[in-house]
Structures are given as structure tokens and as C-alpha cells.
Design a protein around this ligand. Structure first.
Ligand SMILES: [Zn+2]
Length: 307
């Protein structure tokens, strides 16, 4: 039976990864020892939160809006440069915060989950962190395979396990000149405060591959199109889809569209299970898969441990 696991922020929560809605407050703005933080705060407040303050902002919203500002507004060259820097700093701060939690030892439910995966399964992971990847490697059976066309890393002796990350990842970068995505080794990015100062093998500075739901198209990367296509194919062939910590928020228009398209083409007797805690909001998922949803009513931990 081929299963597709669709992981959202709720999956990584128990591993200490900041939820996106808390990412500004707990990740970005909590880096008190960061010299430019004051300046970044002033910019963000001026642009997006003159009344409610920076604490009220959501990381993905900030990133989307910064990109839109840069794309549509007619700033003077100097001001545009400043805004680019603010974006770089926000993304770098966020990635540094994620990196910290990626170093922690994981609760055992993640290892149990990784050991239960079968080679024919596929994980679609909408998170940027490496919680699942670390758990997979710890099984000593699988290594996470991002299905990149040019620069994926293999681990000799272990089986490739597809981990599709359509929103990007902490360890994925792209070259804005060559338009290639590359998977970096931990030592290549870890501890580097400014994530926009990492040189790629091509000799250009790389950019973190952190794609907010509204911005996917603007990147125009062939490999990301391929990853989305792989997600679609897996969903069409799936016999069971298991949502973990993901309730299909309104902003994820592209994911919703992909799920809808796939379920219409799926010729299997598709089962859908939701692992989103005791009383999840099932409206968005239910409207896609009418009558086929099994609601576990459990958190990820309870579900894995079968309690
Ligand atoms: Zn390049």
C-alpha cells in the first residue's frame, strides 16, 4: 500500500521547531544578541505593523509582503537595498533559530515514525526544519532524498526515501544566476549568521530556498517545478494520504489546488486520515475528500504510540 504523509507545522512542534505563526516572536525577534535586530524591527514596524507592533507579525506574511514590496513598489535604489537587507536578515534570523532546534535530540515518537516508513511511501513535508530528515538518518535504513535533479546527496548503504519539500528547506539553497537548487551539508551553512553570504560551487552567492505559499511562482526554478510535479504524482498514485499537523490553511492555495487535482485523478479507493489533535478543524480537508476522512482525534505522539 503506498502512503503519502503530508506534514505541516504541527508535525515538528514537539521537536521544538517554532510554529510559523510564532516564528517572528520566538524565532526572529528573540535573537537578542544580534546586532542589527533593532534596525530590522524598526523597518518591519514601519512597513507592516505601525499599530500592533512587530510581535503581531507572522513570518510567512512578512516574507511575502517584503517580496511584494520589493517587486511592486518604486523605491529609490538606496531604500531598495535597505529593504533587501531587511529581508536577508529576517530570513537569516529565522534559519538560525531553526538550526538551533535541528541540533536537539528528538522525542522518541519521531524515531518510531521514521522506522515505520516503507520504501514505497512518500513524505510531502511543508516544513523548513530537518526533524524528519534527522529521524530518517537515525534509522540507519533510509536517507532523505529530496529528488533534486542535479545536486542531491546520497548516503552509501542506505535506501533513498523521498522527502518532497515544495516550500524549501533549511539546508536547500539556490543560485539566482544558474537557477539551480543545491543541498548543502550542515557544515556549509550551520553557524553562518548571514545566510546570503554562502558561496556555491558555481562561484555565486547562494540564497536560502525558503518559499512562502504565495511566492512559489516567482522563483522560476525548474527543480521546484519538478518537486511539485513529484508531489502531484505521489498523490495521484496514493492509496492512503495521512495529514499530520496540517489543516490546509487558506494561504496554501497551491497545495489546495494540487490536492484537489490529484484526488480527481486518483483511481484508487483512497483513504484519508487526519492526525491533527483532539478536535481539529477539518473543514478544508473535508471539503476536498468528502466522506473519506478518518479523524484519528490524536496528537502525533499519541497516534505514533498507539495510545
Ligand atoms: Zn551560480
Amino acid at each position: 500500500m503506498s502512503r503519502v504523509y503530508l506534514l505541516g507545522a504541527g508535525f515538528s512542534q514537539a521537536a521544538g521547531a517554532p510554529l510559523l505563526r510564532d516564528a517572528m516572536k520566538k524565532g526572529v525577534l528573540a535573537c537578542k544578541d544580534y546586532a542589527n535586530l533593532g534596525e530590522v524591527k524598526i523597518w518591519l514596524e514601519k512597513l507592516f505593523a505601525p499599530q500592533h507592533g512587530v510581535d503581531s507579525l507572522n513570518f510567512e506574511e512578512v516574507l511575502s509582503r517584503l517580496d511584494l514590496e520589493l517587486h511592486y513598489n518604486k523605491y529609490e535604489e538606496e531604500e531598495k537595498k535597505q529593504l533587501e537587507l531587511v529581508k536577508e536578515e529576517v530570513v537569516s534570523l529565522f534559519l538560525n533559530a531553526l538550526e538551533q532546534c535541528s541540533k536537539q535530540k528528538l522525542p522518541e515518537e519521531y524515531y518510531i515514525f521514521a522506522r515505520r516508513l516503507q520504501p514505497e511511501d512518500v513524505v510531502i513535508n511543508l516544513n523548513y526544519d530537518l526533524v524528519l530528515e534527522n529521524a530518517l538518518l537515525a534509522t540507519k535504513r533510509f536517507y532523505p532524498d529530496y529528488k533534486l535533479l542535479f545536486s542531491g546527496q546520497t548516503v552509501p548503504g542506505l535506501i533513498s526515501f523521498p522527502v518532497l519539500k515544495p516550500h524549501g528547506s533549511l539546508n536547500l539553497y539556490y543560485c539566482p544566476h544558474c537557477l539551480r537548487v543545491c543541498q548543502l551539508k550542515t557544515q556549509d551553512y550551520s553557524g553562518i549568521i548571514n545566510k546570503y553570504r554562502i558561496l556555491g560551487g558555481c562561484g555565486h552567492f547562494l540564497r536560502p530556498l525558503i518559499i512562502t505559499p504565495t511566492l512559489y511562482k516567482s522563483y522560476g526554478l525548474e527543480e521546484m517545478r519538478q518537486i511539485w510535479f513529484n508531489c502531484l504524482t505521489a498523490l495521484i498514485q496514493a492509496q492512503k494520504i495521512i495529514f499530520i499537523g496540517y489543516s490546509l490553511p487558506k494561504a496554501d492555495v497551491l497545495v489546495a489546488q494540487m490536492l484537489d487535482f490529484a484526488q480527481r485523478l486518483n483511481k484508487n479507493n483512497l483513504e484519508v486520515e487526519v492526525v491533527n489533535g483532539i478536535s481539529p478543524d477539518l473543514r478544508a480537508i473535508a471539503s476536498l475528500y468528502q466522506g473519506r476522512i478518518i479523524n484519528s482525534g490524536k496528537s502525533f505522539r499519541e497516534w505514533v504510540k498507539g495510545v
